[in-house]
Ligand binder design. Sequence first.
Ligand code: DLL
Length: 436
Amino acid sequence: MIWAKEETLPRSEIEAIQLSKLKDTVRYIYDRVKPYRDRMDAAGVKPEDIRTLEDLKKLPYTYKADFKENYPDGLFAVDKKEIVRYHASSGTTGKPTVVGYTRNDLDMWLNNVARIACMGGATAEDVAQISFGYGTFTGALGLHGGLEKIGASVIPMSSGNTNKQIMFLKDMGVTLLVATPSYALHLGEEIRKRGIDPAKDLKLHIGLFGGEGMTEPMRDEMHKVWGEQFVCTQNYGMSELCGPGVAGECTELCGMHVNEDWFIPEIIDPDTEEVLPPGERGELVVTCLGKEALPLVRYRTGDMTRLMYEPCKCGRTTCRMENISGRADDMLVIRGVNVFPTQIEEVLLKIEEIGPHYEILVERKNRLDVMTITVELIDDRLLDSYASLSELEGRIQRALKSQLGLATQIRLVAPNSLKRFEGKAKRVTDLRKDGL
Ligand code: DLL
């Protein structure tokens, strides 16, 4: 099923919608958001200079750092009383990136999620278990609202508690699972360990995955654990742009269709900031059209991909983006949670028994991401006391958990035992290969 007629328009009509919304958005943002107006004035661009889609290039970029500088709501274009929902994701340091929605924004967002759910095969007949963590993360409430719009029955399970997840999958006749791909693999294996064969014993046949990438080897594994009947697609989004609902794979599995009447994608070289020709791989930059609370122009997502404009067999005419192949910055996505090494550093620097040198190791164990942080003690006498070591370890873990929302493993080592760098420090080792 195709949810909206805008998904199948001829290219010229999509572009006409984009241009009309772009002009309105630029005027709106210039009039209402001071940091934008200042930046446009500095670049010598006025709203009336936007006459064609090509003119988008004249507009300045927006960066994650702009959220930090204008924390919490300095980029908002409406008064607080217009906001009906807030969400948040990780900032690069202590403060989160806060995003807000008006009533119209929520409607636009959840309609876009409904489109994506339909792309993955969801219908009103589905019983959907949402196994994303509920809270300020946009994934759970986003998919929840989008699936409700379609008329599916939604189970707001949240993450964790594998036994309960499995009980509901079985007893409620769940047909559709929403999760990060790594958690879906983990859950599938746990189910098999309990002697349940998903193809025979469950009704599950659709997976809508996102929040982190799903590589093709992961999709193959997904079929091994969940069975060949299982159709799993991934979708893409980020809190700043709305959350999930920016792009999603259809069941042809040939890239993620971008909801182009709401988002204009561009691909740039992350170093020179030059726009690259169609088909080249680079950093995705997105302009949000028609958003009321947080209308971002040319937002540097940091995600590396490529856009494809050839028509798709599913009938949709919107362009497609390839699997995200990495990040232009040092952000890590751990169990669907965004983590910046600077956030970790900030926590560590506040703990007096440890020094400023640290290393981050990310591995995948039992299908789940595990992050181990090795830190140097300042005084090696601490190594002689097991009780003091484990108290310190627990304290660091709690501080990181409260900052990142993630459990970490801590290794405390003797002073001066970590490698020192003369140039740029390489603190992160990511051993996850193909996501497996
Ligand atoms: O992860 C929104 C979302 C939730 C999308 C659920 C899809 C499903 P944030 O927490 O702000 O928002 O994280 C956004 O996660 O910039 C990517 O680096 C990464 N990411 C999200 N989806 C994918 C994907 C949500 N399908 C950041 N493939 C993004 C690769 C993804 N990376």
